[in-house]
Write a protein that binds this ligand. Sequence first.
Ligand code: SF4
Length: 64
Amino acid sequence: MRIRVNPDKCQGHSRCIGLAPDLFDVDDYGLSSVKVDVVPEHLEQAARLAVDNCPEYAIEIVEE
Ligand code: SF4
């Protein structure tokens, strides 16, 4: 599985980082980015949780 954050949608709530700190980084402006190339299998559930809980629908599953 691969995921990405759409920078045009992300508003920097950091909810994703709270739910999945191993998958996301935050920049100086509070915006999120994905810090892994491929989501490790044991973090796929956390990735889906982040996708489902992003209020801006900014996190996308790119490839299963
Ligand atoms: S929860 Fe969504 S809007 Fe908030 S920082 Fe993460 S990707 Fe951006």
